[in-house]
Write a protein that binds this ligand. Structure first.
Ligand SMILES: Cc1cc2nc3c(=O)[nH]c(=O)nc-3n(C[C@H](O)[C@H](O)[C@H](O)COP(=O)(O)OP(=O)(O)OC[C@H]3O[C@@H](n4cnc5c(N)ncnc54)[C@H](O)[C@@H]3O)c2cc1C
Length: 241
């Protein structure tokens, strides 16, 4: 398979109509958007969503794309932060039929084009870009090239956990015991370096996505697992600790 490259076309603001909204308690909201004049994305890219108040005040935030490039809709998964300006609006207010201003797809570095053996390590909502990668891998039959490890406090705080389990992703919950796909129960804990070693075997690239604290922790354990730092690509979002 030939590596899929991001389009060099600069993205401009366009309109997205909200076609589906699914709320997961007070933690996450999934939005499926019909984006006008859409440019196909490469897994790992994101959109910027811009909100505009009647007085002209605007706020914009980035959201990774969860959907496969061939999905006719663009899927975003937003973690609702209690005092978060944009995430609270998207979680609490947005309804089917609403229009949002969006710009994208954006990102040329944190992308997976389907040919490089890679390990993705996510913390919480950091899983979103890797869901696009895994859906793309499944459609193109390139699953053997893409391994995924995900960490979250609880099942409820890890979006797409059922899909991740079906894919065979390694899952570490830090505040709940978790029955792995092989039937063994993993006692609540952060990812151990020993758990990363087999996942890192033979990879040429690692992607890490999550909070600042999470990516620095994973950087350390990837190093202990023998992954060269120049092969690691990082995307940080969320709080600073
Ligand atoms: C490239 C990129 C891709 C991203 N993709 C996603 C995505 O797919 N899904 C997603 O939910 N977010 C994603 N984010 C984060 C997103 O852009 C916003 O930062 C997030 O939604 C918070 O915005 P807000 O306006 O709701 O909160 P703000 O009003 O900006 O912040 C409110 C308060 O919450 C704190 N805070 C910010 N983020 C977090 C957090 N995660 N947990 C706890 N406290 C926090 C801030 O420090 C602040 O004190 C991405 C960010 C980047 C840069």
């Amino acid at each position: 398979m030939t590596e899929v490259e991001p389009s060099p076309v600069a993205s401009s603001w366009t309109t997205a109509v909200v076609r589906e909204v699914e709320r997961f308690g007070d933690t996450y909201v999934k939005l499926r958007l019909d984006v006008a004049n859409r440019t196909p994305h490469v897994p790992g890219q994101h959109y910027v969503v811009r909100l505009r108040a009647p007085d002209g005040y605007t706020a914009q935030r980035s959201y990774s794309i969860a959907s496969d490039p061939e999905d006719p809709l663009v899927e975003l998964m937003v973690e609702c932060l209690p005092r978060g300006e944009v995430s609270s609006f998207l979680h609490d207010v947005v309804e089917v039929g609403d229009e949002l201003e969006v710009r994208g797809p954006i990102g040329r570095w944190f992308v997976w084009g389907g040919t490089t053996p890679s390990l993705c390590v996510a913390g919480g909502s950091g899983i979103v870009p890797f869901v696009s990668m895994l859906r793309f891998a499944r459609r193109t039959g390139t699953e053997p090239l893409l391994r995924i490890a995900a960490s979250a406090q609880t099942r409820a705080r890890l979006p797409y956990i059922d899909e991740l389990e079906e894919y065979g992703a390694f899952i570490a919950l830090t505040r709940e015991n978790h029955v792995q796909t092989n039937g063994t129960e993993r006692v609540a804990a952060h990812i151990y370096p020993d758990e990363i070693v087999p996942l890192a075997d033979g990879i040429e690239r690692a992607y890490v996505c999550g909070s600042v604290g999470f990516v620095s922790f994973v950087g350390r354990i990837l190093g202990e697992a023998g992954v060269r730092s120049d092969t690691v690509r990082v995307e940080q979002f969320g709080p600073t600790s």
